[in-house]
Design a protein around this ligand. Structure first.
Ligand SMILES: Cc1ncc(COP(=O)(O)O)c(C=O)c1O
Length: 396
């Protein structure tokens, strides 16, 4: 049978492979969880250590204090965000907390609408806001892959305050219709928090075209930026008026005056930050973000569509269940395959240095990135098939 993916396309993106040491030793198909570390992170962290060692406390005024905003702008270029509209934080959960602290749940408009396909940490956060008056409405998936759009849109009503929603679903790679959700929310006066963790760097994100209110995500997956840095975009008109209660001295107009009493908010992005920034993580994040900008999201996306189609085809040939949309326009960078004994298959693949992961209701998640070869996909699936057959043989 002739494959439906184009198996013979030249792949100029493979020239970046040498930038990622782990690719020399492993079949790295787990960029949906932790992107491969760029070699340049060694230099970046050495610079950080040298600065600390040689400049000591002077480092704050010579660069460290502004670093969070600079890295925010670098991330912003990937999503067409205006300068100074992105603050940086430790993780996405913290970003939700900053946003929630700008909102008032004591009035009639206190409904939070989200889906059970959101990342659990984001769910746990909003569920916990019931304690301060939030009325939480969860829209459930029917098939474990997609989000029922009409039901979600119908749930967003005049009493809805905020809609925290994943752009790309972590479990299935389903791409939510961000335009439709934002349009509906704005019609009834609600805010949308778009979690772009699984989309930015993999599929096009344009916050100006979307006209969303907030966007957030982390850099450790598709942006190859390592743990410890999340970004929060706030639309500039909102950024001028919102007043986060989760705040601190970084958000003060004159932090080094150490004024006593209530805060006087500065402008974004510092307005949405709070305490001392996470300098080492910001240093580590930069090389990955730079490489993604250099490679370009469009070629990454094109390659991803081709390689995820290939994975689906390889799974279909073996009769395995695919828990990921088949329409490439609805599919992000991951293919979830629920082959027999998928959890045990995942464990054995890891033992063989084929790095994937397993999630309940999803199966084995495989996530090629711009540095992945077609051969690596074939090897991973062939190994999985071998493991399935071995287990079947020992069960007999
Ligand atoms: C869509 C999405 N949101 C959020 C997270 C993580 O949130 P946090 O940065 O708070 O750990 C993940 C994955 O780890 C994710 O896939």
């Amino acid at each position: 049978m002739k494959p439906s993916y184009n198996a013979s396309v030249p792949d100029p993106l493979l020239r970046y492979r040498s930038e990622f040491p782990i690719l020399e030793r492993t079949n790295y198909l787990i960029s949906n969880s932790l992107g491969a570390m760029p070699r340049a992170v060694y230099d970046s962290l050495r610079d950080y250590a040298d600065t600390w060692a040689i400049r000591g406390v002077r480092a704050w005024e010579e660069g460290w204090w502004m670093l969070g905003a600079e890295v925010g702008d670098e991330i912003g270029m990937l999503m067409n965000a205006p300068k100074a509209s992105i603050s940086t934080h430790q993780n996405v959960t913290t970003c939700q907390a900053v946003i929630a602290s700008c909102l008032d749940f004591s009035g009639k408009r206190n409904k939070v609408v989200y889906t059970d396909m959101n990342f659990p940490s984001v769910m746990y956060f909003w569920e916990a806001q019931r304690g301060v008056g939030a009325r939480v409405h969860m829209v459930k998936t029917d098939d474990g892959i997609t989000v029922p759009l009409e039901r979600l849109l119908n749930a967003i009503d005049e009493q809805t305050l905020v809609v925290p929603i994943s752009h790309v679903i972590f479990r299935s790679a389903y791409i939510n219709d961000a335009n439709a959700i934002i349009e509906r929310a704005h019609k009834v006066g609600a805010y949308v928090v778009l979690d772009t963790f699984q989309s930015l760097g993999m599929i096009a994100v344009d916050v100006r075209a979307l006209n969303g209110d907030f966007a957030c995500g982390g850099v450790l997956k598709w942006l190859c930026g390592g743990p410890g840095v999340a970004y929060l975009y706030v639309r500039p008109d909102l950024g001028q008026k919102l007043e986060p209660r989760f705040t601190g001295w970084a958000a003060h107009q004159q932090p080094f005056n150490f004024e006593v009493g209530p805060i006087r908010y500065t402008d974004p992005p510092f307005r949405f930050m709070n305490g001392t920034p996470h300098i080492p993580s910001l240093h580590a994040a930069r090389p990955g973000i730079r490489i993604i900008r250099e490679v370009g999201v469009e070629p990454i996306r094109e390659k991803s569509k081709r390689q995820t189609a290939k994975l689906i085809e390889l799974a279909d040939q073996r009769g395995w269940r695919v828990n990921t949309p088949r329409d490439p326009e609805k599919r992000g960078g991951t293919v979830s395959i629920d082959m027999p004994h998928s959890e045990a298959v995942c464990r054995e693949l890891l033992r063989r240095d084929i790095l994937v992961d397993w999630r309940p209701q999803a199966g084995v998640r495989l996530s090629p990135h711009f540095y992945t070869t077609d051969q690596e996909l074939e090897d991973a699936i062939a190994s999985a098939e071998e493991i399935v057959k071995e287990r079947a043989a020992t069960a007999r």
